[in-house]
Design a protein around this ligand. Structure first.
Ligand SMILES: *[C@@H]1O[C@H](CO)[C@@H](O)[C@H](O)[C@H]1NC(C)=O
Length: 414
């Protein structure tokens, strides 16, 4: 109470003349319970005394009693004021509908020389803000795809019976989009991004408003997006192909057809697995073979090519195209080549120790003699082992048989 008394007490400059004290002030003030700003609620004028001081007592002495403070306006003329400070506590109509402040001007030179007035502060209950268009509303945006980030679109209209400031919030959109925002205090809906990224023809905006105390909403605004950017559509339906592993490079695999309302919509692709990406190249809308297929590489035997079309704002759904690589019988590679072997005459059994390789896993290798110099067929080859043997007992004495025989041997894989 000492603190309170100090706040409420101011001493006027002394006057030499003694007159009857008088007080002039407003008698009734109304304050909305939602009041959030400092405000002067009344002027008080003490007159006709010496060393006049203004004091006040408030009733009831609960809740917001310290919100009201008597302060001097001009001590020399006895001018005072009563201020309201909402930071101290809230005015709540249901707790205290009225505060009465008894204001007393007292002449310090003569404590009998006093004048009193009662200032009634009537609290009015806060009312909720109101959407001008109700809780469901329709709007239309024209030329949607040409709107750019920052463009204003329309204003949400609301009012407050107590003239409180209204705050607007966009709580969500359906479908979800981060392309829209609302001004916190002006209710203006504007574009966050260029609206060529808004790929629907309609969107619902959910708006709430508050006066700082009471929230209202959501108001659901059904927004028609006229002339919005359309999502590209891939029209191709054939979604698979079989390619022999020896398919020549640059072979056309598929041409993807699509439709879109934006000139310059472009096709792109990715692959699963990612490593398959090098197998393909895109020539505008035509997928071509860019590097050799290999059936034996099981990880790339059945790659998926995922196509999308982007028009700078909207992206088509993904079109999945399956490439199945088929096996081709590939020739084994004989080794060693140009083999020179020395053997003794007689019953010859010769293992050239072949190092033949075959790209086709699991193929059976078959050796055969395709030519002989001289042509006399004195040798045979085991097709499985590749072991060369003489058909006759080989004899180089008296020039019966040549000392050198050249055999041409072929290997096949099946
Ligand atoms: C004190 O004030 C009262 C009320 O105005 C007045 O009747 C009285 O004469 C004053 N006394 C003096 C000493 O001025």
């Amino acid at each position: 109470m000492v603190e309170l008394f100090r706040l409420w007490t101011f001493i006027m400059v002394a006057h030499l003349f003694v007159h009857t004290a008088e007080i002039t002030t407003t008698n009734v003030v109304t304050l909305n319970e939602n009041k959030r700003t400092d405000v002067k609620v009344a002027d008080v004028q003490c007159t006709d005394g010496t060393n006049m001081v203004l004091t006040g007592t408030i009733s009831p002495t609960s809740f917001c009693t310290f919100c009201f403070v008597v302060e001097p306006t001009d001590v020399g003329t006895g001018a005072y004021k009563v201020n309201f400070y909402p930071s101290v506590a809230d005015l709540t109509f249901s707790q205290v509908p009225e505060y009465d402040i008894t204001l007393t001007c007292t002449d310090l030179a003569n404590s009998s020389n006093v004048a009193t007035e009662v200032l009634e502060i009537r609290i009015t209950p806060n009312s909720a803000p109101i959407f001008a268009d109700g809780l469901t509303h329709q709007e239309a945006i024209s030329g949607t795809k040409d709107k750019v980030a920052g463009d204003t679109l329309f204003r949400v209209s609301a009012s407050d019976p107590n003239s409180d400031e209204i705050f607007y919030t966009l709580t969500r959109t359906d479908p979800a989009s981060d392309n829209f925002q609302i001004g916190l205090t002006d209710g203006m809906v504007s574009a966050v991004n260029d609206l060529n990224t808004q790929c629907t023809q309609e969107i619902d905006l959910y708006i709430t408003i508050t006066d700082g105390n009471i929230e209202v909403g959501p108001q659901v605004i059904d927004v028609t997006l006229q002339d919005s950017n359309e999502v590209p559509v891939i029209d191709t339906t054939d979604d698979r192909i079989s390619l022999a592993e020896d398919t020549v490079l640059d072979t056309s695999i598929v041409t993807i057809a699509f439709t879109d309302d934006t000139a310059g919509a472009a096709l792109t692709f990715t692959t699963v697995p990612v490593a398959a990406e090098d197998l393909f190249t895109l020539d505008v809308d035509e997928l071509k073979l860019a590097s050799a297929l290999d059936y034996e590489d099981t990880s790339l035997r059945r790659p998926l090519v995922l196509f999308t079309v982007e028009d700078g704002g909207c992206t088509s759904s993904t079109f999945t195209y399956t490439v199945s690589v088929t096996n081709v019988n590939e020739a084994p590679v004989i080794g060693p080549e140009d083999n020179v072997l020395d053997v003794y005459e007689g019953d010859i059994q010769l293992d050239p120790e072949w190092t033949t390789t075959d790209p086709d896993f699991g193929d059976d290798l078959t050796y055969s003699i395709t030519a002989s110099t001289p042509t006399a067929a004195n040798f045979d080859i085991d097709p499985r082992s590749g072991i060369i043997s003489s058909i006759v007992e080989y004899d180089v004495d008296q020039g019966a048989m040549t000392a050198t025989v050249t055999l041409t041997i072929e290997v096949g894989g099946h």
